[in-house]
Ligand binder design. Structure first.
Ligand code: SAM
Ligand code: SF4
Length: 327
């Protein structure tokens, strides 16, 4: 099998699949206060359509699939999709979720083949969590984390979008939380994908600064796993847990990016910041065969651009915001 390779020699083998554009939170850095208009149900891929498309990607060498959204746990019976994808040959499946509905669903998801989970937690302070997500859901999310752990999903990772002047005073608290729970605290640089278009460059807290802040409190050692764009560190004193950073703005990993994405309405995107999409749903519903779909995917990947160039002159924001693309 020839792997999916773009014009710069990068192999695309990590697929993010958005299963819904709906969400039960309205995080300030992602969605407007009034919410977004959801896609009509008929436009959203069915589980069978998702499985068929992912099956084509598996045939093209993709083995790693991350379910995302919107909020993936809003999709009813998601464990059934997980089971279908496992049967289709996906052997490394993970999910990014806000965790609100996780407590009740973790066990069924793990039993169906979900191995790993990232839960978005931007503050360990209840009032700030509520302000950032526009939902008072801190306790439910903490319960979800514990349920994921009990269900054997490991390692549990926390995604924290660090925003200057909002939650950057909690960096050490997150590291301490990682040490006491064994979780990985992942600090993500704030990207210009908020629906309100309020992103300002000076709100981005550089990952280097995050690492220096943690290192002063708890010295860190690089792990050099290098499997993901995240740079991961363990604690020098041997405490459990770890710290990761995703420097998408200050040190983009575009040169080695292996990610591609499918939106909830079946549009294929070769970059978070892509300005164009390939309509796989349209092809599927028009009766295209797997070979034709594979060819369209190969063609799109071959045309993948070098990088997103946030901050450079001429950078253009994509029309869709993060909740519509899937993070
Ligand atoms: N609803 C799920 C959640 O919040 O985990 C999955 C979808 S969400 C769009 C995926 C990830 O994107 C989350 O970890 C979220 O924190 C991150 N995200 C959303 N908007 C972002 C932004 N403007 N910059 C950086 N990360 C962002
Ligand atoms: Fe919803 Fe996730 Fe976006 Fe927050 S980050 S609004 S939970 S999609």
């Amino acid at each position: 099998m020839t792997p999916l390779v773009d014009g710069f020699g990068r192999v695309a083998d990590d697929l993010r699949v958005s299963v819904t554009d709906r969400c039960n939170f309205r995080c300030t850095y992602c969605m407007p206060a009034g919410g977004l208009e959801w896609l009509p149900r008929s436009e959203v891929l069915t589980f069978e359509e998702i499985t068929r498309i992912v099956g084509v990607f598996v045939g093209l060498g993709v083995r790693t699939v991350r379910l995302t959204g919107g909020e993936p746990l809003l999709r009813r019976d998601l464990h059934e999709l997980v089971a279908q994808l496992s049967a289709a040959g996906v052997n490394d499946m993970s999910m990014t979720t806000n965790g609100f509905l996780l407590a009740a669903k973790a066990e069924a998801l793990a039993a169906a083949g979900l191995r790993r989970i990232n839960v978005s937690v931007d503050s360990l302070l209840r009032h700030r969590f509520a302000a950032m997500t526009r939902r008072d859901a801190f306790d439910a999310v903490m319960e979800g984390l514990r349920a994921a752990e009990r269900a054997g999903m490991a390692p549990v990772k926390l995604n924290c979008v660090v925003i200057r002047g909002t939650n950057d005073d909690e960096i050490v608290d997150f590291a301490r939380f990682a040490r006491t729970t064994g979780y990985e605290a992942r600090f993500i640089e704030y990207m210009p994908l908020d629906a309100d278009e309020g992103w300002q460059r000076d709100q981005v807290v550089p990952s280097e600064e995050v690492l220096a802040t943690v290192d002063r409190a708890y010295p860190l050692v690089a792990t050099g796993t290098g499997i993901e764009p995240a740079q991961v560190y363990r604690f020098a004193d041997g405490a459990p847990g770890s710290v990761g950073v995703i420097p998408s703005v200050t040190a983009p990993f575009c040169a080695s990016c292996n990610r591609v994405r499918i939106t909830a309405d079946g549009q294929f995107r070769t970059c978070l910041f892509s300005l164009g999409e390939t309509d796989l749903r349209g092809m599927l519903r028009a009766g295209a065969g797997d070979g034709e779909i594979a060819e369209a995917i190969r063609h799109a990947v071959a045309g993948k651009w070098a990088g997103h160039a946030i901050g450079a002159a001429g950078f253009t924001r994509p029309e869709r915001s993060m909740s519509m693309i899937g993070g």
